[in-house]
Design a protein around this ligand. Structure first.
Ligand SMILES: [Zn+2]
Length: 114
């Protein structure tokens, strides 16, 4: 059975736009604090911690963006529901829950056990 992934693709693209927006906000925040030069040492230390958090948020957003882009390209090439590890088809329910999963339930649970 061939499934129509137009809706999924649409969803992924709006997720992507949301993440892009979030990432832009995080990046702007970092830039803003970098320009704030009139800080004493203690405040600067706090500032650095904040930047670490922002870096972390930025990185996880970037990872998510990459995963979503990958999923969209998988839809386009027609192997969206093919497990990257064993080649079996990924359960439709699983794809609904995690639209950018690249492995079937079985392979994903094997990895989680390791
Ligand atoms: Zn698999």
């Amino acid at each position: 059975m061939t499934m129509n992934y137009d809706d999924v693709r649409h969803n992924l693209i709006s997720m992507l736009e949301e993440l892009d927006e979030r990432l832009t906000k995080i990046t702007n925040d970092v830039r803003h604090t970098d320009n704030d030069v009139e800080k004493d040492f203690e405040e600067m230390a706090t500032q650095n911690e904040n930047n670490d958090v922002q870096d972390f948020l930025g990185n996880s957003a970037r990872v998510e963006i990459a995963a979503i882009k990958h999923a969209i390209s998988r839809i386009d090439s027609g192997d969206y529901d093919v497990c990257q590890t064993c080649g079996e088809s990924i359960n439709a329910e699983r794809l609904k829950a995690v639209p950018f999963s690249v492995q079937c339930m079985k392979c994903a649970s094997l990895i989680e056990k390791i």
